[in-house]
Design a protein around this ligand. Structure first.
Ligand code: BGC
Length: 370
């Protein structure tokens, strides 16, 4: 039930968003949350935890269908959670594990394109693709549609022009994911909620921050960077960017970058924003190595709610994170694949909401997501 609501709600919101932008979306989201979810995350947790396989085709025999899944890179922590949940849910729905092939694109579009070609030659019935480069989506779509195979994109959203083609041509192509602007806004709010007095350690009247970005090809990185800071500014806070570096979603890279920033800007660094938790975990190593203490002389926020990050939020060694709901997203992707196989079809955009994570709800998220 909860997931179906998510689908309808996000389909409507997406249409509004194309016309009215994110502010409108935020307003409608509040009304929706108040009216339907009764404003309480804890209320929705048991529903999701106990959720059964909900694809329309629960009664259809799915065991003979061949599914091709392309993941941009197996070593990505978040996509590993997504991939494992996707596989177990598809088996729960009735697919045979032997008929689900999952390929590692090794962060190389040429490698992934070869994998897609091989899936097409192999005659898979449906493809689920997490593109290495979202900008390659048009080429991918063309070859998959030409082969008559329905396509579900996940996690890395193709651009508006590409999505418009699916609608105009009535192709069996959809995207399942969250709106990264929402996660950026929530990251900013985690800092706004502390109040300037608590954050402004050097007393210069501004929030002095370091930004560690994910892969710039990925819209999630762009939006989280932009919307986290916009949330501070919208709350009337002055901001001062000390350093803005690309950590490519990677823990070790982020650790080195934050170590450099801390040695260059020292005690002036008041907040470290990381576009994901893997990089926040690296940032935390650098923060601790520099003798700094999160919550006492610096703040740190990430996105994803990896279990290690939730543990850090509970321990106070991370200020907060944002739950990137890999459960809902992977289930929606599998449900969308089933809906194509049964002919039920899908909207061309299937969304999902992020959830702000603080010490107050981190345990709930941990219990639900692990
Ligand atoms: C996640 C990152 C992940 C990226 C992969 C993002 O939504 O937050 O952790 O590396 O997706 O595309």
């Amino acid at each position: 039930m909860e997931m179906k609501r998510h689908h309808c709600y996000n389909a409507v919101i997406k249409k509004i968003d194309d016309k009215g932008g994110y502010q409108m979306k935020k307003k409608i989201m509040s009304i929706f949350l108040a009216a339907v979810m009764v404003g309480s995350f804890s209320l929705s947790v048991p529903v999701m935890a106990e959720e059964e396989a909900t694809a329309e085709a629960a009664d259809v025999d799915l065991s003979e269908y061949k599914v091709g899944v392309c993941i941009y890179q197996f070593s990505d922590n978040f996509m590993t959670l997504f991939r494992e949940e996707l596989l177990s849910y598809m088996v729960e729905l009735g697919f045979s594990e032997d008929n689900i092939q999952i390929q590692d694109g090794a962060n190389d579009q040429a490698t992934q394109t070869n994998q897609i070609d091989a899936f097409i030659t192999d005659g898979v019935d449906v493809l689920i693709i997490n593109p290495v480069n979202s900008s390659s989506a048009a080429t991918i779509t063309d070859k998959v549609v030409d082969a008559g195979i329905p396509l579900v994109y996940i996690n890395r959203e193709p651009d508006e022009d590409e999505e418009a083609r699916w609608d105009e041509n009535d192709w069996d192509v959809t995207y399942v994911g969250c709106d990264a602007r929402q996660s950026g806004t929530m990251q900013g709010e985690l800092i706004v909620d502390l109040g300037l007095d608590a954050v402004d350690f050097n007393g210069n009247g501004a929030v002095d921050y370091v930004m560690i970005e994910g892969d710039p090809e990925n819209i999630d990185a762009k939006y989280r960077t932009e919307y986290s800071i916009a949330a501070l500014e919208d709350a009337g806070l002055e901001v001062n960017c000390l350093d803005d570096q690309v950590g490519n979603w990677d823990q070790v890279t982020a650790q080195q970058l934050v170590a450099n920033s801390l040695s260059q800007y020292g005690d002036d660094v008041e907040v470290v924003f990381c576009n994901n938790d893997a990089m926040a975990l690296g940032a935390l190593q650098a923060i601790e190595a520099a003798g700094r203490t999160v919550g006492e002389d610096i703040y740190l926020v990430g996105v994803d709610a990896l279990s290690e990050a939730c543990e850090d939020v509970l321990a106070g060694t991370m200020t907060g994170t944002v739950f990137n709901d890999h459960i809902s997203q992977s289930h929606s992707a599998a449900d969308a694949a089933v809906n194509y196989l049964t002919g039920a079809g899908n909207e061309h955009y299937i969304g999902c909401d992020y959830v702000k994570v603080t010490a107050e709800n981190a345990q709930e998220i941990l219990d639900m997501a692990s």
